[in-house]
Write a protein that binds this ligand. Structure first.
Ligand code: AMP
Ligand code: ZN
Ligand code: FE
Ligand code: FE
Length: 279
């Protein structure tokens, strides 16, 4: 699964997670791994946080590997989960305040989830879930791991199926922005909004309105996109005059899953296009 050095020469992976959200490599480790693989640059895009960027940028300077700062904002529109990448956002008080609110909402929601689990007869502690989450804001995967640990379920998958999935008894909604609001926030912070993995969303009907709002790119290349899906979004990007970005959505090494870093890349020139697209 590890790509050959020659195959990533001059290429960049613009979508990688760290322990600042739900990845397993620390930010500096991602940079070292990217260098080791022979990537020309690496883009960090953690869910709803920019906390991992400083460590990654610092390691990038130390090792002379270019790091592209980004964020992946999880939004919702009419029941659909839509992710927006924001590259080169400035950490303005408004922008970091918005992320901070989203983070706080995750803690509040986890308290509610623990109450529901208790009501179902399962004693999992909020403290343990926060410990499992580490630097990240707590999410359902962390609650699932706590349930496995306590022996209430055999696997994370079973935890979701029985308790945590939408419609299951311990599910709690969490506060989410709309995609339009996320595009606005990214633009207001001087960043470049790019729609993440559009092929995962199911339809394209919501895209024109985002373009209208100032969307600047589509993540055309992603592990969940087959060739025809990428081609479809490449054509759409050309149609709307949007940038075509890509990345592996690597979450680092995890049990039973391949490490994706460097498996989906785009030419270095895409970074220049992103920089030119900044306002
Ligand atoms: P949260 O943001 O706390 O609502 O958790 C969402 C995360 O849970 C997603 O990013 C997935 O990684 C994970 N997830 C969602 N559904 C499932 C499932 N059925 N099985 C395992 N993991 C899931
Ligand atoms: Zn993730
Ligand atoms: Fe995503
Ligand atoms: Fe991602």
């Amino acid at each position: 699964m590890r790509p050959e050095k020659t195959s990533v020469k001059g290429r960049v992976d613009l979508h990688v997670h760290t322990t600042a959200s739900d990845g397993t490599w620390r930010p500096a480790e991602v940079v070292r791994e990217a260098l080791e693989l022979g990537l020309e640059a690496v883009g960090i895009a953690d869910h709803d946080t920019v906390e991992g960027l400083a460590g990654a940028m610092e390691e990038g300077r130390r090792l002379s590997l270019e790091v592209v700062p980004g964020v992946e904002i999880n939004t919702e529109d009419r029941g659909k989960e839509i992710h927006l990448l924001g590259y080169y956002v400035e950490p303005t008080p408004q922008f970091t305040g918005l992320l901070q609110n989203m983070r706080q909402a995750r803690f509040d929601r986890m308290a509610e989830m623990v109450d529901k689990l208790r009501g179902l007869g399962m004693e999992v502690s909020r403290e343990r879930i926060l410990e499992i989450a580490g630097d990240a804001a707590p999410g359902r995967p962390h609650a699932a791991r706590a349930l496995v640990e306590k022996g209430y379920v055999q696997s994370v998958r079973e935890a979701f199926e029985r308790y945590l999935d939408i419609g299951r008894p311990a599910y709690v909604e969490r506060f989410r922005l709309t995609p339009a609001r996320a595009v606005e926030a990214i633009l207001a912070a001087g960043g470049v909004p790019v729609l993440a993995h559009p092929g995962l969303i199911g339809d394209d009907l919501y895209i024109p309105a985002l373009v209208e709002k100032g969307l600047k790119g589509l993540e055309v290349y992603h592990p969940a996109h087959d060739r025809s899906t990428s081609l479809h979004y490449l054509k759409m990007a050309r149609h709307y005059g949007l940038l075509a970005t890509g990345g592996s959505d690597c979450h680092g090494p995890a049990a039973g899953q391949p490490v994706l870093l460097g498996t989906v890349t785009v030419p270095r020139a895409v970074i220049e296009e992103l920089q030119e697209a900044r306002e």
